[in-house]
Write a protein that binds this ligand. Structure first.
Ligand code: ZN
Ligand code: ZN
Length: 312
């Protein structure tokens, strides 16, 4: 039997009272199961955290001693219990260490996807599928009008640009995927990386994900035009607004964020509409509960076939 109140949103975030834990709490909690290390999912100051090794390592890099009192590092596909809830972390394909969180309670399965993607990404574990009774999915791009372009075609656009490129991107996840894509599909480019991104790259490499050739940015290097691509986090990108001799591009799944559309590489680490439909086919839920975004399109789409509940 599906319990309608199995997870609910309160002021700290998504809470499961049957196991007394939070999923990706937005404020520090006593017990947190964390899907991945992006800052909007992994806050500092939780007492006890359950997550993958990569998520713990990145949280410790970012938050140091305040990361959490206790880290319980869990392997993928290795069930554990919190109270009477059995939890299994399943690869989510979103970034290194990202996990879907499968919760089983009294014979019913609830799958919280966290952020996830279906597109291939050589810098993280590919998504895996499990059947569930309730699919609790992010709905950031749950709109039939949103279909993500092919990331390879997007990255190949830089082959036509002969000046040096300043490429803005989030430092965690996106930057590593870009290094891999550029070194694969634009191998003549010389990749320079902002110093804030390098320690994250080191974690990826240590965990067995080879990113491709890149080096730490040095001011002298960009003085010559030599097909350099300098990857910088958003705050640095914004401070280079008047930079000359470089083409400014921003890699994002969002439209019109940092730059205009023609200067955007549309590379998303989230599911688009078709991906969500495929996820429903693969996980075979009786109900879909939506988070982050707008579940109304899904509700209309599945109409009488699958019950859709908007959690936010
Ligand atoms: Zn994320
Ligand atoms: Zn997110």
């Amino acid at each position: 039997m599906i319990l309608d109140d199995f997870v609910l949103i309160n002021d700290k975030g998504l809470y499961c009272k049957y196991g007394d834990f939070y999923l990706d709490p937005k404020l520090p909690a006593k017990t947190a199961v964390i899907s991945h290390a992006h800052a909007d999912h992994a806050v500092s100051g939780n007492h006890e955290v359950y997550c993958t090794r990569a998520t713990a390592t990145i949280m410790q890099l970012r938050y140091d001693r305040t990361a959490a009192k206790v880290f319980n590092v869990v392997n993928y596909n290795q069930p554990f219990n919190i109270g009477k809830v059995t939890i299994t972390l399943i690869p989510a394909g979103h970034m290194l260490g990202s996990a879907q969180i499968l919760m089983e309670y009294e014979g019913t399965r609830y799958l919280y996807t966290g952020d996830y993607k279906l597109q291939p990404d050589a810098t993280c574990e590919p998504i895996e599928w499990v059947n569930t009774d309730v699919l609790i999915t992010e709905s950031t791009f749950a709109d039939p009008a949103i279909l993500h372009p092919d990331p390879v075609a997007e990255i190949q656009k830089i082959n036509t640009i002969k000046t040096n490129i300043l490429l803005g991107a989030y430092g965690l996840g996106k930057s590593q995927r870009l290094i891999n894509l550029i070194s694969t599909y634009a191998p003549q480019k010389k990749i320079l990386v902002h110093h804030r991104i390098m320690p994250i790259n080191a974690i990826y490499e240590k965990m067995g994900f080879t990113l491709g050739a890149h080096q730490l940015y040095g001011r002298k290097l960009m003085k010559t035009q030599d097909e350099f691509v300098y990857i910088v986090p958003p705050f640095t990108f914004d401070s280079y607004i008047r930079a000359t001799g470089v083409t400014r591009l921003f890699a994002s799944g969002w439209k019109n964020l940092q730059v205009n559309q023609k200067d955007t590489l549309f590379i998303s680490d989230h599911v688009d509409w078709d991906d969500i439909l495929e996820t429903v086919t693969r996980t075979r839920p009786q109900q879909i509960w939506t988070l982050h975004g707008d579940g109304q399109h899904l509700k209309n789409h599945f109409n009488n076939d699958i019950f859709v509940k908007l959690l936010n």
